[in-house]
Write a protein that binds this ligand. Structure first.
Ligand SMILES: Nc1ncnc2c1ncn2[C@@H]1O[C@H](COP(=O)(O)OP(=O)(O)O)[C@@H](O)[C@H]1O
Ligand SMILES: [Mg+2]
Length: 311
């Protein structure tokens, strides 16, 4: 049985700004034990999808089942099997990280002793031991976010929804969170993660879906998405080269004065030689998931689809 099955899920919000079709017949399944990443620019529909699948929002049409349980009809049973890091969640001001983790486990039915030892374990793994007894209002934003993630991951619920869990964290904290997420899947949890950090998706996800304007554009492995770029290497030039000069070699993008060229391996020696002749730096690396993602959804913020304007 699949951990999550969504079939033709649609959601239309009606508000002061009119109707917004946030999801348009999205179908998706996630196998048990998988770490699945949901990618897409702001407003693509990721949070709406998570809210519906985690029983927080009723779909306009379509169905979703979690471990075979309809998320609307059997919401109570679904809730026993899930835990959620909501987007832009905040901890309770006066509770400490330890209280967050322990009390939440207690509410979910753990004994005092097991909640305590589980809290110790998770707080240590998340680098929160030194802050465990500080009230949340004294913690930095990154530590507050880590507290929420610790509280949810500690549950080891069969299905974990993590909506931008590493937002605002430094690179060290992110890596600790990755470890704990990996650990949760090793213990059998299924994870649906959204993130704007493409390196994070590349590190963690076995499969991913890219959503744009309420539609799934891609579903598959990160490797398969990268291979769709049909380019092997990424060259970057800080200065000394122009777009017209590089265009014959592949796709060129200019971002904040830096030129990126996606191309084949065979041209690397020639362009490296030219850069050296001009005494200019050149950076050579593999095509990343970020490049593949941008190739799929478009690079410009102005490409953002207008949800009210149709496709
Ligand atoms: N409560 C709401 N009322 C009206 N529109 C909403 C509401 N929540 C989200 N939207 C709109 O639905 C679309 C999808 O939003 P969301 O699911 O939050 O996307 P994402 O998480 O990918 O950024 C956006 O156009 C957003 O403005
Ligand atoms: Mg969101």
């Amino acid at each position: 049985m699949e951990a999550l099955v969504a079939a033709d899920l649609s959601k239309t919000y009606s508000g002061a700004r009119g109707r917004v079709e946030a999801l348009d017949r999205v179908s998706l399944s996630i196998a048990p034990g998988q770490l699945f990443a949901f990618l897409g620019r702001n407003g693509a529909g990721k949070t709406t999808f998570i809210k519906i699948c985690s029983t927080l929002l009723i779909p306009t049409s379509g169905h979703a089942e979690l471990f075979g349980l309809d998320v609307v009809e059997r919401a109570r049973e679904v809730r026993e099997r899930i835990a959620i890091v909501p987007q832009e969640g905040r901890p309770f001001f006066h509770l400490t990280p330890r209280e967050h983790v322990e009390e939440y486990l207690r509410v979910r039915g753990a004994s005092g002793e097991s909640a305590r030892s589980r809290a110790d374990e998770v707080l240590a793994a998340m680098g929160l031991r030194g802050f465990a007894n500080e009230p949340a209002y004294r913690l930095s934003g990154g530590l507050q976010q880590r507290t929420l993630v610790a509280m949810i991951l500690a549950t080891e619920a069969p299905f974990l929804f993590l909506d931008e869990p590493t937002l605002g964290m430094d690179p060290f904290a992110r890596r600790q969170v990755w470890q704990v997420i990996r650990h949760a899947t090793q213990r059998g949890s299924t994870v649906l993660l959204t993130t704007h950090y493409l390196d994070e998706a590349e590190q963690l996800a076995q499969e991913l879906a890219v959503i744009e304007g309420g539609h799934i554009l891609y579903r598959g492995t990160p490797e398969a998405l990268k291979s769709r770029v049909h380019r092997e290497v990424r060259l970057q030039f800080d200065s000394g080269f122009t777009v017209p000069e590089l265009r014959p070699y592949g796709e060129v993008f200019e971002e904040r004065g830096r030129l990126t060229l996606l191309t084949t391996r065979s041209v690397v020696p020639e362009l490296t030689r030219r850069a050296l002749e001009r005494e200019r730096p050149i950076h050579v690396g593999p095509v990343t998931l970020e490049e593949a993602f941008l190739a799929l959804v478009g690079r410009g913020i102005e490409d953002e689809v207008d949800p009210e304007g149709g496709p």
